[in-house]
Design a protein around this ligand. Structure first.
Ligand SMILES: C[S@@+](CC[C@H](N)C(=O)[O-])C[C@H]1O[C@@H](n2cnc3c(N)ncnc32)[C@H](O)[C@@H]1O
Length: 263
């Protein structure tokens, strides 16, 4: 499907595409940007493959389950950030320490671990089981640690100082905005590279209410502008320009930025 303007846009082959209903589909553009994905309804797993020409593809198999909350499924911003990591030079994450915030299924952190990083994937307690399953499923128990990290709470003392911080689709619930900014400040002491992929969400008047956990994200969607108003007191940011897919996902209101702490 093409936009009325004739521009191609993103695809999702997720069984949860209803929660991503605002993302148009175009198979060619989609695979390019979100990776190739296949869902097995019987096993409730997703296989995602991210490719870069002349390199081995990176394939991740994930359990997906909306019951612990919106993080139990894979979100396009997570796929876009994963794909961006795969497109970077393979030395980028080699032997680096990476912290992922709001990992959900663990997708982005798992991709970082597959690219040679030591990774901490973190989220709230209800998501820890699915992250552990996914780390195990991808044979990454030696390089990928699963931990609870509630934004706004102290960073666990045993967590190493990260070189790189990753966060995908973490801007959607207004009460959590100051907590997320606080956590970003807490981990910024040693100046990691912070890659932050988010979807612009505006309040949708009269958006149908749903009891489905996977849809909770829609009903708590808030204007992301408020998040950035808070963030700008502590950070500046610039759009990541070396992603060749940038213009395509920007058209679907998804942006990848790099944060810098204000002096
Ligand atoms: C939309 S999901 C994105 C999941 C994953 N990053 C992705 O892109 O597929 C947002 C994630 O943020 C997590 N989250 C929300 N509020 C949080 C908080 N206060 N502390 C830690 N994690 C939180 C949720 O549990 C969820 O996993």
């Amino acid at each position: 499907m093409h936009h009325a303007s004739g521009e191609t846009a993103l695809i999702t082959q997720s069984p949860f595409s209803s929660v991503m209903g605002d993302i148009p589909r175009d198979p060619q553009a989609g695979e390019h940007i979100l990776g190739q994905s296949e869902y097995s309804g019987q096993e409730k797993t997703m296989r995602l493959t991210f490719t870069k020409s002349s390199e081995d593809p990176v394939t991740v198999i994930l359990s997906v389950d909306a019951s612990p909350g919106c993080g139990g499924i894979v979100w396009p911003a997570g796929q876009i950030l994963s794909n961006y990591l795969v497109q970077r030079d393979r030395s980028f994450l080699q032997d680096k320490t990476v912290l992922e915030l709001g990992s959900g299924t663990g997708l982005v952190g798992i991709v970082a671990a597959m690219l040679g990083a030591r990774v901490w994937v973190t989220d709230q307690a209800p998501l820890l089981d699915i992250m552990r399953q996914n780390v195990l499923r991808n044979n990454l128990t030696s390089s990928c640690t699963v931990a609870e990290l509630n934004w706004g709470e102290p960073i666990p003392a045993d967590m190493p100082v990260p070189d790189v911080v990753l966060a995908a689709d973490c801007v959607y619930f207004e009460p959590a905005f100051p907590l997320l900014v606080q956590t970003l400040c807490d981990i910024y002491d040693k100046k990691p590279e912070v890659l932050f992929c988010y979807k612009k969400r505006r309040k949708v008047p009269g958006f149908p209410y749903s009891q489905s956990p996977g849809l909770r994200i829609m009903r708590c969607a808030q204007a992301d502008k408020r998040f950035f108003a808070l963030l700008k007191k502590k950070f500046t940011w610039e759009q990541v320009m070396d992603d060749p897919n940038r213009e395509i996902y920007n058209r679907d209101s998804i942006t990848l930025v790099r944060l810098h702490r204000l002096k």
